[in-house]
Structure formats: structure tokens, C-alpha cells
Design a protein around this ligand. Structure first.
Ligand code: 2BA
Ligand code: 2BA
Length: 109
């Protein structure tokens, strides 16, 4: 068994979970925050059999889209009289960052 942990854009999370559920997969969503942009994203956990992992990955791929975002870098240390004009930096976020972990045991009581 594997645990698939997918960090996705919050706007894609609902559609992905609905698709997974319709396809018979069980999933759990938690609200998370990216360490770099400090913006909300969603982390979806799917526990499933090894042979179903490629199908889950395909569903994630089909439902999550890459987005371009702009961030302002931290201003440099300034000398008196100097002026800093921020120039935003482009970053490509997602579609999905996925980790597949081995599960040693699954129990449901
Ligand atoms: P954030 O940490 O908010 O990162 C958003 C985007 O900013 C990243 O997109 C990447 O393009 C850029 N970025 C992040 N850290 C950077 C850094 N140290 N230097 C330069 N650029 C950086 P993605 O790579 O698609 O990641 C989207 C979100 O997925 C991340 O949000 C984070 O929450 C999660 N993530 C990605 N890789 C991860 C990893 N190895 N471990 C844990 N979480 C990860
Ligand atoms: P349980 O199977 O006891 O699951 C309770 C909660 O545990 C689930 O909430 C989900 O958040 C998490 N969970 C369970 N198995 C998981 C797995 N393999 N991977 C990740 N998270 C898992 P809900 O999704 O709201 O489901 C509530 C109940 O509805 C479930 O109880 C199950 O009886 C049923 N269910 C959920 N998904 C189903 C599906 N695709 N088909 C049929 N029944 C489903």
C-alpha cells in the first residue's frame, strides 16, 4: 500500500477530490501554507494499493494546473538616500507536487 501526498493549488483541490471520490478512491484534504509564497494551498492524502498509484497520479495530473505568480524579493540593505524599486520575480507554482510513500500498516477500527 502507498500513501500519496499531493500539494496542490487550493482552487484545484475540490475538483480533484470529487474526481478521486467518483473513481472510488478515499482521500483526506488538509489546508496548508507554502513555505516560500506563504499562501494557502491544499495537501491531499490518498491511501491506496500499489497498482492503483499510476491511475491516481494521472487523475492528479489531469486536475491540477500550473500557475504563474509574481513575488517581490526582500529589499536589500539600503544606504541613506538610496532608493529601492522592487521588481517582481516570476515563479511557476504547481500543478501538483506529489510524494508517494510506502505504508507499513493500515488499520481501520
Ligand atoms: P511554496 O513554498 O509557496 O512555493 C511556491 C513556488 O515558489 C514553488 O512552486 C517554486 O516555483 C517556488 N519556490 C519555492 N521555494 C523556492 C525556493 N527556495 N527558491 C526559489 N523558488 C522557490 P512549486 O515547486 O510548484 O511548489 C508549490 C508548493 O508545493 C510549495 O509552495 C510548497 O508548499 C509545496 N512544495 C513544493 N516542493 C516541496 C518539497 N520538496 N517539500 C515540501 N513541500 C513542497
Ligand atoms: P472511513 O473509511 O472510516 O474514512 C473516514 C475518513 O478517513 C475519510 O473521510 C477520509 O478523510 C479518511 N480516509 C479513510 N480512508 C482513507 C484513505 N485510504 N486515504 C486517505 N484518507 C482516508 P471521508 O472521505 O469523508 O469518508 C467518510 C466515509 O465515507 C468513509 O469512512 C467511508 O465509509 C465512506 N467513503 C469515503 N470515500 C468513499 C468512496 N470513494 N466510496 C465509498 N465510500 C466512501
Amino acid at each position: 500500500m502507498k500513501l500519496i501526498m499531493a500539494i496542490v493549488n487550493s482552487d484545484d483541490a475540490d475538483r480533484l477530490v470529487n474526481t478521486l471520490s467518483k473513481a472510488g478512491y478515499r482521500a483526506t484534504t488538509i489546508s496548508t501554507t507554502g513555505g516560500f509564497l506563504r499562501q494557502g494551498n491544499a495537501t491531499i492524502f490518498v491511501g491506496t494499493e500499489d497498482e492503483k498509484v499510476p491511475n491516481v497520479l494521472q487523475l492528479i495530473k489531469d486536475n491540477c494546473h500550473t500557475r504563474t505568480q509574481y513575488v517581490n524579493p526582500l529589499p536589500p540593505v539600503m544606504e541613506p538616500g538610496e532608493m529601492y524599486i522592487p521588481s517582481p520575480v516570476e515563479v511557476q507554482v504547481g500543478g501538483a507536487n506529489v510524494f508517494v510513500l510506502d505504508v507499513t500498516e493500515f488499520a481501520r477500527f
